[in-house]
Design a protein around this ligand. Structure first.
Ligand SMILES: NC(=O)C1=CN([C@@H]2O[C@H](COP(=O)(O)OP(=O)(O)OC[C@H]3O[C@@H](n4cnc5c(N)ncnc54)[C@H](OP(=O)(O)O)[C@@H]3O)[C@@H](O)[C@H]2O)[C@@H](O)CC1
Ligand SMILES: [K+]
Length: 555
């Protein structure tokens, strides 16, 4: 599933209109009809819930289904079941109409809902005479049909008297900045009404490209998004304002987006994993495979105070299927962790005071890496003198697939983009796994700026440096230097707990060890990490109780 910006959507619109001759009024018709269908579904669901007594259906749905099966369907006549809602006459929807094409979609929906018997009041944010082209035609049709309308001037309150729902067709992909004047007042009134709001394309007040929210913005129960998902709907806080999101086709085939733009953003689904990234989700192995076949991870991590980070990463690497794992750790820490993960090999590689790292150990790491397949650096590592130079030396001299996390990222941030000046001497890929705070340090901006435009920041850093970038947080974004980005949908807020990032580093390293490409390992690793977190949540009394160690057990 492709995820596009407002400009990309406009380009695709124009392409089908100009190159294929699809009339733009047909696109608007399809959009408005899809919107009306979703409103009708909601009304019908509401009706069927009301036909129960104290929550018990008068006739159980199982009994009804059994009877319908017995009766069969031969010779039955159905009407347009979707658009001729039964018993929807008690419904009355207010449709907020802006002056662009988003408003036009609202006007089309008004016509279909009116036809289905729903009471409608159109509320114009500005004089309908300002509407243009298709939207203006739709206005004239609605007026001829006698659909009631009011012009909201901003004077007095709009109470939505007798209303049962609101369609937000104020602002779509053509909106710029915070909603102004009557638009702002209508948004505030709609949110305050307590009625369910269904947004056309995007909730008004959302930045369609970034997911940032302006004030005020609509808080929708559902958003009916047209043709292709907009980037802003996939990232928080925008995703939260959109409510349940339904993508409906309007006559612009999504596959038009493939290879068309410099950057292609995908919603991470099983299909994307198996069809685009060619990941075998069953993870089949050759019958004659052995531990040497599935790679050896070298993890450079941990101090005495943060030994758990190393343990979690190593366990995750093994659980994700790597054949072997070695943990390079400070010598003072080693005796304390013997036997904690018996499957793991331990290598004393640093002699800093109190179980910490120091700069002399770069050579030790380079030597250890000689007989390994992947190197992962960072979890619980701490900072030490001249550590950026230490990491840079390893980066230059260890040409293995490399994952850098946590303090490794802070070292890298200190080196700035100069750190990557030696990237041409590396053939093997590098994956960075920052959380938003670490990403902010890498990019030299604030955490807030990162969070307000996660997809762009991930893509641009990846393009500049040649690394595969995993920007963590809800809806993790994985960006590749070639300009692909994937938005992960697995996982849950219960995974916001210490050590889950360390586990992710281990999973990705474990996949790299088995021969997955950087893109496959980062994307599949993030997907699996979230899935394991979901399984762990289901096995506990409450998702908030999930710990990093739990999710590793469900890999
Ligand atoms: N094209 C197609 O074929 C299809 C398009 N489709 C639909 O079209 C939508 C995009 O339509 P669009 O481009 O007309 O923009 P849209 O968001 O409706 O309104 C922009 C208007 O609002 C105004 N305005 C801007 N910012 C504002 C603010 N902050 N506060 C207040 N006002 C503000 C601005 O006025 P201006 O500032 O320029 O005076 C401008 O007139 C898209 O989301 C989808 O729903 C579907 O039907 C499928 C086919
Ligand atoms: K809208």
């Amino acid at each position: 599933m492709y995820v596009v910006t407002a400009d990309q959507m406009r380009e695709l619109d124009e392409y089908v209109i100009e190159s294929w001759g699809v009339p733009s009024v047909s696109l608007m018709e399809n959009a408005g009809k899809a919107l009306a269908e979703e409103v009708l579904h909601l009304c019908q669901n509401r009706q069927s819930k009301e036909q129960t007594v104290n929550g018990n259906p008068l006739i159980s749905t199982e009994a009804r289904a059994a009877f319908d099966r017995w009766k069969g369907t031969r010779g039955q006549i159905s009407n347009d079941a979707v658009l001729r809602g039964e018993k929807v006459c008690a419904e009355h929807w207010y449709i907020l109409v802006g002056k662009g094409n988003n408003g036009g979609d609202g006007l089309v929906a008004a016509r279909h809902l009116w036809e289905a018997g729903i009471g409608i009041t159109l509320v114009f944010a500005g004089s309908p005479k300002e509407l243009r082209e298709e939207a203006l035609l739709e206005y004239h049709t609605a007026e001829s049909m006698g659909i009631p309308s009011i012009l909201f001037t901003g004077q007095g309150d709009l109470t939505f008297a007798g209303g049962t729902g609101i369609i937000d067709a104020l602002l779509g992909t053509g909106s710029k900045g915070a909603p102004r004047n009557t638009y702002a007042s209508l948004i505030q009134a709609a949110n305050g009404s307590g009625l369910p709001i269904i947004s056309a394309d995007i909730p008004s007040g959302l930045n369609a490209d970034t997911g940032a929210l302006y004030e005020p913005h609509i808080r929708a129960e559902m958003t009916v998004c047209f043709a292709l998902l907009k980037r802003g709907l996939t990232q928080f806080p925008g995703a939260d304002a959109a409510g349940h999101i339904k993508v409906r086709s309007v006559g612009i085939p999504p596959q038009l987006a493939e290879g068309r733009f410099r950057e292609t953003v995908y919603l991470l689904t099983k299909d994307i994993l198996s069809e685009k990234l060619k990941v075998d989700l069953t993870q089949r192995r050759a019958e004659d495979g052995h531990k040497g076949t599935y790679g050896h991870v070298l993890l450079v991590a941990g101090t005495l105070a943060m030994s758990g980070a190393g343990l979690l990463s190593c366990r995750a690497a093994l659980r994700s299927g790597s054949g072997l794992a070695t943990w390079a750790l400070p010598s003072e820490l080693l005796p304390h962790v013997i036997g904690a993960v018996p499957e793991l090999m331990l290598a004393a590689a640093a002699d800093g005071p109190q179980g910490t790292w120091n700069r002399v150990s770069a050579q030790n790491i380079i030597k250890l890496a000689e007989s390994r397949d992947v190197i992962a650096i960072g979890p619980g590592l701490g900072r030490f003198e001249e550590d950026t130079a230490w990491l840079s030396q390893i980066y230059k001299e260890v040409d293995l697939p490399m994952v850098i996390d946590a303090d490794g990222l802070n070292m890298l941030a200190e080196g700035g983009l100069d750190f990557f000046e030696h990237k041409r001497c590396r053939k093997a890929p590098v994956i960075l796994t920052p959380h938003p705070g670490e990403m902010a340090r890498l990019a030299g901006v604030s955490t807030k700026e990162i969070q307000q435009n996660r997809i762009d920041h991930a893509l641009s850093y990846s393009a500049k440096t040649g690394v595969t970038l995993v920007l963590k947080g809800s809806r993790t974004v994985i960006a590749t230097p070639e300009g692909n980005a994937y938005i992960n949908m697995t996982g849950h807020a219960g995974m916001g707990t210490g050590g889950t990032g360390d586990a992710l580093t281990g999973i990705i390293a474990g996949l790299l060890a088995q021969g997955y490409s950087a893109e496959q390992a980062a994307v599949f690793g993030v997907y699996q990490h979230g899935k394991a977190g979901e399984t762990a949540a289901m096995m506990r009394a409450h998702p908030a109780g999930v710990m990093a160690g739990d999710l590793i057990e469900y890999l």
